[in-house]
Write a protein that binds this ligand. Structure first.
Ligand code: UD1
Ligand code: CA
Length: 434
């Protein structure tokens, strides 16, 4: 693909009032990444000249996108004087003759779905689809097989409201069309906004060539409300999970599994029902059992769960993590931690067994400290490891021990216990029973 043939403009300056949220609409997440992220990612497969128009929360939107992408041009819309999707186009300066304009609230778009815009030749190419319920979309009025105009829902009369062909919100214009018609837009409408969609009727009146492109909702759905957001999430999740299954991952009841964009699988892994895997997690030849959460962690040749929680920056290899075990920012290689433990800021080596109820006390209320555990260590149940602490190889820790000394030497047994007392008949005296 010639990435220098097309320029892309993404409109991301709107408030998104219908989201009823303090957060800018384009920053709401679908599968763990802002909507705008997904659109820029798809755009980068097509073009080297991408402009994002911002205004509402512009610093935040720009900063979040710059954390993911380079070489994006940001243009600020004068949203006070020129509100609306047409106003958003006032300050753009695309480099190429063909200009693709995308709404910033269409997270399901892919480069493949945009191919039709690149293959078609016309002064204006616009996307349409037919919906049983066209609510919220601009209606496309077609007469004599020609697109005549687009009317926004808020401006539509009764007959126009019944039209089920809607404007999907993606257009390809020639640069000349943008330069000619954007300055001519007026805001004489219900919302007192400059509508980009009015370019279509103006171009039509001047006899320009307008090509409607039939697209599908699966890729072109716009997100205006939190219900739309959750509907998009379902579509995106299906897409992500289908790709992983096609690459060899086994998923049980995939509709109950949530996997963020950015998660990677290698080899053959099994993910049971009800799991959540997020961030840049990598799962390699492992079994993630029912109800487990894996965040930004690497799991290799291991089994995790049911009901385990791997928090960010955990690195688990050749390890068994059982139920109700929480691991955070720790590396475990060849370890067994079968039941009810908290392992935070720890490094644990091969052959070590972590007994039920073992807790790393990694936080003193101000700072976090590390726990280092060597090879073949046997940690008895209900052990507290008060960090910073180092347990060398071949150590035994008796059940119920609180380890406070900085280093336990290789081969030792540590035990800290209150001597067991047994007071005869105490129960009967205490409850005055005989
Ligand atoms: C728009 C179209 C409508 C179409 C629908 C498809 C117009 C006038 N209407 O309506 O015909 O059916 O998309 O999803 O274009 N934006 C700005 N600056 C603004 C206003 C909006 O950059 O001043 C951006 C928003 O951030 C958003 C996009 O433009 O990403 C679309 O805005 P939105 O308000 O969602 O338009 P719709 O009412 O959905
Ligand atoms: Ca919209």
């Amino acid at each position: 693909m010639d990435k220098n043939a097309t320029s892309i403009i993404i409109l991301a300056a709107g408030k998104g009032s219908r989201m009823k949220s303090p957060k800018a609409k384009v920053l709401h997440s679908v599968s763990g990444k802002p909507m705008l992220f997904h659109i820029i990612k798809a755009s980068q497969e097509i073009s080297n000249d991408i402009t994002v128009v911002i205004a509402h929360q512009k610093e935040e939107v720009q900063a979040q996108m710059e954390a993911y992408f380079q070489n994006i041009t940001f243009v600020v819309q004068d949203a006070e004087n020129f509100p609306g999707t047409g106003g958003a186009m006032k300050n753009v300066a695309p480099k190429n003759d063909k200009v693709l304009v995308l709404n910033g609230d269409m997270p399901l778009i892919t480069a493949h779905a945009l191919q039709g815009f690149l293959d078609t030749q016309a002064d204006v190419i616009m996307s349409i689809f037919d919906l049983e319920n066209p609510d919220g979309y601009g209606r496309v009025v077609i007469n004599e097989n020609q697109v005549q105009y687009i009317v926004e829902q808020k401006d539509a009369n009764e007959a126009e409201l019944k039209v089920t062909t809607v404007n999907a919100g993606i257009y390809a214009f020639s640069k000349d069309v943008i330069e000619k018609y954007i300055p001519l837009l007026s805001n004489d409408n219900a919302q007192e906004e400059y509508y980009l969609t009015d370019v279509v009727s103006m171009a039509r009146k001047d006899g320009l060539n307008i090509a409607p492109l039939l697209v599908n909702e699966e890729h072109f759905k716009g997100v205006n409300s939190k219900k739309d957001l959750s509907d998009s999430e379902v579509i995106m999740q299906n897409r992500i999970k289908t790709a992983h299954m096609n690459a060899g991952v086994i998923m049980q009841l995939p509709s109950t599994i949530y996997i963020e964009e950015g998660v990677e699988f290698e080899g053959e892994s099994i993910v049971e029902n009800g799991c959540r895997i997020t961030g840049n997690s990598r799962i390699i030849n492992s079994h993630i059992k029912s109800g487990s959460v894996v965040e930004d962690s690497i799991v290799k040749d291991s089994d995790v769960g049911p009901l385990a929680h791997l928090r960010p920056l955990s690195n688990i290899e050749g390890t068994h993590i059982g139920n109700f075990v929480e691991v955070k920012k720790s590396s475990l290689k060849g370890v067994k931690a079968g039941h009810l433990s908290y392992i935070g800021d720890a490094q644990i080596d091969e052959g070590t067994n972590i007994g039920a109820g073992t807790i790393t006390c990694n936080y003193d209320g101000v700072n976090k400290y590390k726990t280092i555990i060597g090879k073949n260590v046997f940690i008895g149940s209900d052990t507290q490891l008060v960090a910073p602490v180092t347990i060398e190889d071949d150590v035994m820790i008796a059940a119920g021990t609180t380890v406070t000394s900085g280093t336990v030497e290789k081969g030792s047994l540590v035990i800290s216990r209150v001597k067991l007392k047994s007071i005869k008949e105490f129960y009967y005296k205490f409850f005055k029973k005989s």
